[in-house]
Design a protein around this ligand. Structure first.
Ligand code: SF4
Length: 389
């Protein structure tokens, strides 16, 4: 089992809070053609790394993959098919993608939701899951976040999903900013539930270095909310979704039964993956590697046949930290048997932190698993960091 991530590094406009690598797509430039040439070369170059692996998930992320015409995505997908051993891709019309088949996700922005785009995707047939950033269900919220679409684009997106039979899709939502109130959250999530949206990711607004938001924060033009505000909004979202049958399977992710993201779940289960495109990360053979971040440097990396910009082999301490970090994010939590088998030297340290008087009330512990309870989820970053060696 393994996964493939394809990073499409183009956006039409940078959102104020975003620190993912992307560049503005120039209409009359060759940069798309050059990018396609490089990424297809990279895909073929690295196939030897997965020669004995079955690929079960492919994820087109970005940037904004839907800024590319579907034919460009098809060229990339065909190159993957030609070079990797993919699990069978079943017809998209089946309502659930079986575990044994290929999950192919495309991030499709609301502003690109048109009849033309959806019908083209339907004809191509290989995309069986969509992910989109609604981020807000008010135009004021979308303006605050600097998004490039309106709420009516979000509505149209849902109509088109229904019209073209894309029933396996995910919606992202951002909370925790100064103009968002609890009533808006309730309206948005009641609407998502009424629409039967199968997968919802809810993220608190972050302020990352080198983003327009960080600059505006420093100038005092916008304000960061305090922890109580974040926690109250997170708790509200959590209560609405859980009471309506959504499974909170990872800190930021909720799904209806069987609709979790298999691709992202594989990250949390330390399944190997290859990432293609500028800034993409890979994880295989006990090490993590990453590509050059800038598009021009990435082209050079590929033309020089260098497999990565840098690679680190994870030490036993790194592997332990990573296991704790990834597993405590999930509802399943830490598997005690796995921990004993793979991290025997760390058991004493693990037990010591777990039993700490200031932490013990944040866990649910049974014979097989240790997981965070909902109060623990709210302060997960702190708890996870306490386990690090
Ligand atoms: S949030 Fe998405 S659309 Fe906005 S700049 Fe970042 S990658 Fe592009």
């Amino acid at each position: 089992m393994s996964g493939i991530y394809v990073h499409i590094p183009f956006c039409s406009k940078k959102c104020g809070y975003c620190d993912f690598y992307s560049v503005k797509l120039c209409k009359d430039s060759d940069n798309v053609q050059d990018f396609l040439d490089s990424i297809c070369t990279e895909i073929a170059q690295k196939s030897y790394l997965f020669h004995n692996q079955e690929v079960t998930t492919v994820y087109f992320g970005g940037g904004t993959p839907s800024i590319l015409p579907p034919d460009a995505l098809e060229r990339i997908y065909r190159t993957i098919c030609d070079n990797y051993n993919l699990a069978p891709n079943i017809p998209r019309s089946s309502s659930l993608v079986p575990q044994s088949s290929l999950e192919v996700t495309l991030e499709l922005n609301p502003e690109h939701a048109t009849d033309d785009y959806f019908s083209h995707l339907q004809r191509l047939g290989f995309i069986n899951r969509l992910s989109t950033g609604f981020q807000s269900m008010t135009d004021g919220g979308l303006r605050y976040l600097g998004r490039n679409h309106s709420v009516s684009d979000n509505y149209r997106y849902l109509e088109l999903c229904r019209k073209y039979g894309f029933d396996n899709f995910s919606v992202d939502y951002i909370f925790g900013y100064e103009t968002l109130d609890d009533f808006q959250i309730e309206d948005a999530f009641r609407f998502f539930i009424d629409e039967g949206i199968p997968h919802i990711s809810a993220y608190s607004l972050g302020f990352e270095e080198n983003t327009p938001f960080m600059l505006r924060l420093r100038k005092g033009e916008i304000h960061k909310m305090d922890d109580d505000f974040y926690l109250r909004q997170f708790r509200l979202i959590h209560e609405i979704l859980e009471s309506d049958g959504y499974n909170h399977y990872e800190i930021s992710n909720y799904s209806l039964p069987g609709r979790h993201s298999r691709h992202n779940s594989n990250y949390w289960n330390s399944v190997p993956y290859l990432g293609f495109g500028p800034s993409a990360h890979s994880f295989y053979d006990g090490g993590r590697s990453w590509n050059e971040r800038k598009l021009s440097d990435y082209h050079r990396q590929i033309s020089e046949n260098r497999p990565y910009s840098d690679r680190e082999i994870l030490t036993p301490d790194d592997l332990f930290n990573e296991y704790i970090m990834l597993r405590l994010r999930t509802r399943e939590g830490i598997d005690k048997e796995y921990l004993t088998l793979h991290f025997a030297n760390y058991l004493k340290h693990f037990e010591k932190i777990l039993r700490r008087r200031d932490l013990i009330d944040y866990f649910e512990i049974n014979d097989r698993h240790v997981r965070l309870n909902i109060n623990g989820v709210f302060i997960s970053d702190y708890i996870i960091s306490e386990f690090f060696v």
